[in-house]
Design a binder for this molecule. Sequence first.
Ligand code: OGA
Ligand code: NI
Length: 370
Amino acid sequence: MAPIPISPVKVGHIDDVQELRKTKPTIIPERFVRDKTERPTTVATAIPSSSDIPTINFSKLSSGNTDELRTEISHLTTACKDWGFFQVVSHGIDLSLLESIEKVAQDFFMLPLAEKQKYPMAPGTVQGYGQAFVLSEDQKLDWCNMFALGVEPKFIRNPILWPTKPEKFSETVEVYSKEVRKLCQNLLKYIAMSLGLQGDIFEKMFGEAVQAIRMNYYPPCSRPDLVLGLSPHSDGSALTVLQQGKDNSVGLQILKDDRWVPVQPIPNALVINIGDTIEVLTNGIYKSVEHRAVTHKVKDRLSIVTFYAPSYEVELGPVQELLDENTPCKYRRYNHGEYSKHYVTNKLQGKKTLEFAKIQSRSSNQEEPM
Ligand code: OGA
Ligand code: NI
């Protein structure tokens, strides 16, 4: 997500799902009802737990013990290659801080609508309270309320969108974001090592990294079979860090081998996923993975998501060390700010946005006019 100002777009009426749930608990307006092919099915939840996404023990990466490091790096390689998603345990972030951010996020969403609407997300933009990625009047809507802020570098902040209520909100976002930033920097170091690259390659390339936070609140829905909490998408970031609310329903699903696999929450773990930027930099060795959120009939769900990405100024492309005569370059070089702009001005639609960076293969070029 990028806070690049863009021209106003017409999005039609967007119901606030929490208010809908309060006032008309059994009504699902047409704009939320998905086409048959997009609806959640029950198949995904029937997958055995052996297909749970991998767990990485961060303390084994950072302990200084070389054997432990080697073993955990090899787990990380598998996690990134085969899944693009993993849960990090022993990540070193204070549990009290995880609890505090969850509390302020939850308290924010429980405020009266008028209070939340003091920080409106303008149509076509991605910061503030509302629904992001709604770009037309006929687009289907997600069963979700969002509150998002650009955090780093400071110039992407929009101070009028930083809430004064709940009291500790802004301060907690600030402290939490610093800790998550360090975790992202460390994970990128280990991800580079897992590819046989210099540990600091990404950090050097990224410049002053862009960091944003988005809180997603999914109220219960009387017809979870008809709606989606969040449309299928890959993240435009390099890395995404997702914290799930304690005791929430299971809602995040990832697309693996053409099936939707639910991410079973592990208490106090953070869910990490590879974003489009790492897919490009690794020339597709590590891929961003399509994911979505589904809703629950009686339980609500909260997620706190951090996006970590390169500075808007940098030019990116697959790193030279991962290319040779047998491994053709699959992505073009581009400016990351342009990619961010492209990402936020398109609706969430699987991995479609990444086509921006793809070099057409010979076979798919054949039908193109000369
Ligand atoms: C996101 C995202 C999933 C969730 O915000 O990009 O994928 O479970 N969220 O909220
Ligand atoms: Ni996502």
